[in-house]
Design a protein around this ligand. Structure first.
Ligand SMILES: C[S@@+](CC[C@H](N)C(=O)[O-])C[C@H]1O[C@@H](n2cnc3c(N)ncnc32)[C@H](O)[C@@H]1O
Length: 191
C-alpha cells in the first residue's frame, strides 16, 4: 500500500500491537479465507496493513482527513459511506474511533439486519463527556436524569447498546488514561 506523499508521518496508534492482534483474532472467526473488510476510520491504514501481514483480508478504507488518507481510500465521512454503499459483501466492519461510534454502529445494524457482520471497535471518552443519547435510549434512561449519567464506566452503557442492536461481545479490554479518560477495544459478533 503506498502512502500519500502530502501526508504528515502518521502517529502510531496507542496499543497498536494489541489492536492488530484483536483484529487478527476477529478475522479468524470468519469462515472465509479472505474476509472482506470495511475500515471506517482508516487513518493512514497502518492497523490493517499490519493485520494483513498475519491474515489474508481484502480491505476497503474510508478516511475523511485528506492529510492522512491513502490514495485508494474513500475520502469521505464514514456515516455517508455506511448509509449509501452496499454493505452486504463485508464480512467485518472496523470502527476504530476516538469517540463513540454509536451512529455508525446503528447504521450497520439497520442495513445488515438479519445478517450482522463481525465488528471491531475502539470507543473512547472522558469523564466529563456525555454518553450519547442514542446509547442511553437503548437503556431506557429518562431524558431528565441524563446529565447525571457518568461517562466513567463505558462498558455498561455500551454493552446495553450493542446488545440492543443484535451483537454480543466476543472479546473486550479496557484501558484508562490520564485524567480518567478511558478507552474500550472489542470485537462484536452476531448474538
Ligand atoms: C483512531 S484514528 C484511526 C487510526 C487508524 N485505524 C490506524 O490504522 O492507524 C481515527 C481516524 O478516523 C478519522 N475519522 C474520524 N471521524 C471520521 C468520520 N466520521 N469519517 C471518516 N473518518 C473519520 C480521523 O481523521 C482519523 O484519521
Amino acid at each position: 500500500m503506498s502512502r500519500n506523499p502530502k501526508a504528515p508521518y502518521p502517529k502510531a496508534s496507542s496499543n497498536f500491537a494489541d489492536k492488530v492482534a484483536l483484529r487478527v483474532r476477529a478475522l479468524g472467526l470468519i469462515d472465509t479465507p479472505t474476509p472482506k473488510v470495511l475500515d471506517c476510520y482508516a487513518g493512514a491504514g497502518k492497523i490493517w496493513a499490519a493485520v494483513a501481514e498475519e491474515h489474508a483480508c481484502d480491505v476497503d478504507q474510508v478516511e475523511r482527513d485528506p492529510r492522512v488518507a491513502q490514495p485508494d481510500a474513500a475520502l469521505a465521512d464514514n456515516n455517508a459511506v455506511l448509509t449509501r454503499r452496499e454493505l452486504d459483501g463485508y464480512d467485518l466492519i472496523d470502527l476504530d474511533a476516538y469517540g463513540w461510534p454509536d451512529e455508525q454502529l446503528e447504521v450497520v445494524a439497520v442495513r445488515r439486519r438479519g445478517a450482522l457482520p463481525v465488528v471491531t471497535i475502539t470507543c473512547a471518552g472522558t469523564p466529563i463527556g456525555r454518553v450519547p443519547n442514542r446509547v442511553l435510549d437503548a437503556a431506557d434512561i429518562p431524558r431528565t436524569v441524563r446529565p447525571g449519567v457518568p461517562s466513567t464506566e463505558p462498558s455498561y452503557w455500551w454493552t446495553r447498546y450493542t446488545t440492543s442492536l443484535g451483537w454480543r461481545t466476543e472479546e473486550r479490554w479496557t484501558g484508562k488514561r490520564v485524567g480518567g479518560a478511558w478507552i474500550l477495544y472489542e470485537t462484536l459478533i452476531p448474538a
